[in-house]
Design a protein around this ligand. Structure first.
Ligand code: P6P
Length: 338
């Protein structure tokens, strides 16, 4: 691909804005600013032990999780990059208890940005792929956002994406017209379109789940995974492979590229929490991307994108990826409820 012939993120977004007009200029600008922030995060992540940002920050986030220095730095990078642009009414993050209103000395816009600045950060110190996940909503209250403004079903998202910091740094993006991937050209500092309109195969022989929790799953998940483990000797009459990176961005990126089902189910140990993953800035953006790529995403009972959030850091069970497998495990949940 000659340098001149490449489609960069900027060119792609301008063409989207021109062709189908569902990409207003201030949304296009917002996406470009988030993508630029991800480049800076990628720079710091790739420094590893050569940088100053490995190890723990000595603090806990609102989830009660020990923050890594890169968690805190990534959050600051996204806030600093997005607070002045004029597209946003407010931001929210896994790393912050409540919303971050746009400072009064900057112009406000009518979008809301919610993100997990560095997901999978337990993998940072061992050099395993991690990522930034983001979701964009319209602010229903114009430019005066409250926490309630964020609490919209995921189907209301106008854009979602993630950056995966792995052997390559890749930005995956949807604005509701399919899913495209942009690989970072570090020498030129540009995001280059490398995968157009990704589609997730409806069937798969790969599944992703933390199998050590098996005894804590509810019966529909035990039944579904038990059938996969039985392989050719069981009702599925086929052998399956397990893949579990313990970094949602890495697992979802594999599924986006070659199919699979990702599961983080509810756990009997925490009946008050429906799962580990967070709805607003993990499940919703990933569900939007997966559905735009022809896959499916449920919480075992309903489409993730239809869930009405009750709080900013609400957790949810997640089953997403190859449609026929997600439909099957969801049907087992529904059979149990009859
Ligand atoms: P476990 C990372 O901490 C994360 O939030 C997701 O990225 C990942 O899929 C999951 O938790 C891993 O959870 O229980 O296997 O460590």
């Amino acid at each position: 691909m000659s340098l001149q012939r490449r489609t960069t993120l900027a060119k792609y977004l301008i063409e989207q804005q021109r062709e189908n007009h569902n990409l207003p200029a201030d949304l296009r600008l917002l996406i470009e600013v988030v993508a630029r922030a991800c480049k800076l995060i990628s720079y710091h992540v790739s420094k590893g032990a050569l940088g100053e940002a490995l190890g723990t920050a000595g603090t806990e986030n609102v989830q009660g999780e020990v923050q890594k220095k890169l968690d805190v730095l990534s959050n600051e990078i996204l806030l600093d990059a997005n607070e002045w642009g004029g597209s946003l009414a407010a931001m929210a993050s896994e790393e912050m208890e409540t919303l971050f209103p746009i400072p009064s000395n900057y112009p406000r816009g009518e979008y809301l940005l919610v993100f997990d600045p560095l997901d999978g950060s337990s993998n940072i110190d061992v050099n395993v792929s991690i990522g930034t996940i983001f979701s964009v909503l319209r602010c229903p209250d114009g430019q005066d956002a409250t926490e309630q403004s964020f609490l919209q079903p995921g189907r209301q998202q106008v854009a979602a994406g993630y950056a995966v910091y792995g052997p390559q740094t890749v930005l995956v993006l949807t604005t509701g017209n399919g899913v495209n991937c942009f690989t970072l050209d570090r020498e030129l500092g540009s995001w280059v379109l490398t995968h157009n309109n990704l589609q997730i195969p409806a069937d798969t022989r790969e599944y992703a789940i933390n199998g050590s929790n098996e005894r804590h799953w509810y019966e529909p998940v035990q039944r579904y995974v038990g059938e996969l483990l039985a392989g050719t000797t069981g009702p599925r009459q086929a052998d399956f492979n397990t893949r579990w990176v313990a970094s949602m961005v890495a697992d979802v990126h594999r599924i986006l590229n070659r199919g699979g089902i990702f599961m983080y189910p509810a756990d009997k140990r925490t009946p008050d929490k429906p799962g580990k993953l967070r709805l607003m800035y993990e499940a919703n953006p990933m569900a939007f991307i997966v559905e735009q790529a022809g896959g499916a995403a449920t919480n075992g009972a309903e489409r993730i994108l239809d869930i009405q959030p009750k709080s900013l850091h609400e957790r949810v069970a997640v089953f997403l990826g190859s449609k026929n497998e997600v439909d099957r495990v969801t049907s087992y949940h529904r059979e149990e409820k009859k």
